[in-house]
Design a protein around this ligand. Structure first.
Ligand code: GDP
Ligand code: MG
Length: 177
């Protein structure tokens, strides 16, 4: 795809999945708008946000999808996954049940997307060190077993949020260019 200047245009769809209340919506609002909401409701209603970054002097746009709460009812639809080339699978480091659910989310991803999708495991809420329930090592090990990138993040204090999204976007770019 070329624009009038002869440059290439890139638009990548990325989905965020994981159990309810792990911080998916806040990771997106932190990345796209540098905002954090301590009282965020399950349904914010935003389907996706588009965020650009430069790679090799090119503008690369990521269209990042948020579930708007369907995950509560295990009703994330195939339309949500359609066309995705990247995925963040998020758990909450202070709630082990959300880490145990990662396997199910990976299965669902495999059902809906092909194997080339760039995948990152994200242990969010790294600021909650005092009530940590999943060790960094466990996250790393699972990521290695499943061949995922891995990062712990905090949407609250911004740690690694930009890094995580940009690593996925870069990986997708490398896969297609
Ligand atoms: P979602 O259901 O996965 O979209 O989760 P939300 O983004 O709505 O967040 C659920 C709750 O966790 C909200 O009260 C957020 O304020 C809180 N939260 C989200 N990210 C973080 C984080 O990195 N650290 C802490 N301490 N709380 C967070
Ligand atoms: Mg949400």
């Amino acid at each position: 795809d070329s624009d009038e200047d002869g440059g290439e245009e890139y638009l990548f769809k990325i989905v965020i999945i994981g159990d309810s209340a792990v911080g998916k919506s806040n990771l997106l609002s932190r990345y796209a708008r540098n905002e954090f909401n301590p009282h965020s409701k399950a349904t914010i209603g935003v389907e996706f946000q588009t965020q650009s970054m430069g790679i090799d002097g090119k503008e690369v746009k990521a269209q990042i999808w948020d579930t708007a709460g369907q995950e509560r009812f295990r009703a994330v639809t195939s339309a949500y996954y359609r066309g995705a080339v990247g995925a963040l699978i998020v758990y909450d480091i202070s709630r082990r049940t959300t880490f145990d659910s990662v396997a199910r989310w990976l299965d669902e991803l495999k059902t809906h997307c092909d194997t080339t999708v760039a995948r990152m495991l994200v242990g969010n809420k790294s600021d909650l060190e005092t009530i940590r329930d999943v060790s960094v090592e466990e996250g790393k090990t699972l990521a290695e077993e499943e061949d995922l990138f891995f990062m712990e993040t905090s949407a609250l204090d911004s740690t690694n949020v930009k890094k995580a999204f940009e690593l996925v976007i870069r990986e997708i770019y490398n896969n297609v260019s």
